[in-house]
Design a protein around this ligand. Structure first.
Ligand code: ITT
Length: 195
């Protein structure tokens, strides 16, 4: 850790998420050192990912003396699944996985989906919570394609790069257009203005 930089903790048990955020972070010239924490947070079942993130960040308030953030994300198949799995993404991925989602969509002509991410930051200098949202819209591939990334990446085709799934992009390419990358850009902009 660079001594001149302040620690900033990203609390996540998901190493893929941390890796994506870390790669974006290290390209930015900001005065924070990003560290991963796998401390247990309380994860509630709620109607929006913002509520999940809000509960999570408040549940570890007394533990950190430095600033920290959590990030909650969801995969929403708007058409034809009316937003499923959304807030149930983690559970749906573990149980039915990408194959299960593809089976539910079946031969539907042009399925539409989006990823949404909410970063909740607990900023210690002012003892305040800040939220940063990111979204990416696209379609669902007929088959799983690609080997990079994680979760629903092999079946999501972003509108910005309509011939590739997220799993066929490098981390850098994914970060430029992804829900997480977009939320992170807003967090970084905020942190820049604070130092
Ligand atoms: P945390 O410890 O940070 O909570 P998590 O894996 O539980 O990690 P989320 O609840 O934020 O993460 O995400 C729910 C699920 O949504 C996750 O398990 C993935 O299956 C999926 N997901 C989230 N972001 C994704 C991405 O960028 N690409 C593909 N799938 C993603």
């Amino acid at each position: 850790m660079n001594d001149n930089k302040k620690p900033l903790y990203f609390i996540t048990g998901n190493d893929h998420k941390f890796d994506e955020v870390y790669k974006s972070f290290r390209e930015e010239n900001i005065n924070f050192d990003l560290l991963q924490s796998k401390i247990e947070t309380l994860e509630i079942q709620a109607n929006t990912i913002k509520e999940v993130a809000e509960f999570k960040i408040k549940s570890v308030k007394e533990i950190f003396k430095d600033s920290y953030f959590v990030e909650d994300a969801g995969f929403f198949v708007e058409d034809p699944l009316n937003g499923f799995p959304g807030v149930y993404s983690s559970y749906a991925f573990k149980t039915i996985g990408n194959d299960g989602i593809l089976k539910m969509i079946d031969d539907y002509q042009s399925p539409r989906a989006r990823f949404e991410a909410i970063i909740a930051l607990y900023y210690k200098p002012t003892n305040s919570i800040h939220y940063f949202r990111g979204e990416v819209k696209g379609s669902v591939s007929k088959l799983k394609r690609g080997t990079a990334g994680f979760g629903f990446d092999p079946i999501f085709i972003p509108d910005e790069i309509p011939n590739k799934t997220f799993s066929e992009l490098s981390t850098k390419e994914k970060n430029q257009i992804s829900h997480r990358g977009r939320a992170l850009a807003k967090l970084i902009e905020f942190l820049r203005t604070q130092v």
